[in-house]
Write a protein that binds this ligand. Sequence first.
Ligand SMILES: *Cc1c(COP(=O)(O)O)cnc(C)c1O
Length: 231
Amino acid sequence: MRKETIVENLNAVGERIVTCCNNCARNPAEITLLAVSKTQPAEALRIAYEAGQHHFGENYLQEALQKQDRLADLDICWHFIGPLQSNKTRAVAGHFQWVHSVDRLKIAQRLSAQRPHTQPPLNICLQVNIDGEHSKSGVAPQAVAALAQAVVPLPGLRLRGLMAIPAAQRDPAQQCGPFAELARLLQALREQFPEQPLDTLSMGMSADMEMAIACGATIVRIGTDIFGVRK
Ligand SMILES: *Cc1c(COP(=O)(O)O)cnc(C)c1O
């Protein structure tokens, strides 16, 4: 994609966030835009970075490590947002600042144990299977409290909140349901763990960003509307 287009798209997404926050009485400073750069070449990330974008989300480990290598001169905050298998945890623990897709204890334990001691604890979100069908990934809503209970004591991790990828609803008026449910689950966690920095609701993609913000999102994960349709 042309450099100008990426920069224009980024600005347009930023403006949508501000407009949306004005409409729902939120402060745009509460929203972090995560540019989802899977399948995009390193050069596209560099263009976005130079236009002021510092948070990037990647789904595939090998692809992400290659881009990190090529962009090592930039101060990027890297978020891992893809499905995570046990054999990938060591590299993820060493090369990312955030993981949004933790959905079972074994993965959390490995990330904690493998987080290098020279780095601060890894920020994580628990991925919740909020509508029970769209994706096989994610902890069931009724199991979130127990998983959090086991994750909070892990020294290499800092539990920051919850992430979900709800299916598109046939009736757009219903789209808020899963987002509101995730927000309720986070509120319950805050009451369960008042000492934890549970400040993150990672929800909203290109097609449903505004609804997610209206329902309390603090990180929106936007790919297509920044970098164009993926091949
Ligand atoms: C690809 C992806 C996104 C971005 O989706 P777009 O519709 O392109 O904005 C967000 N979150 C996750 C977990 C993804 O895999």
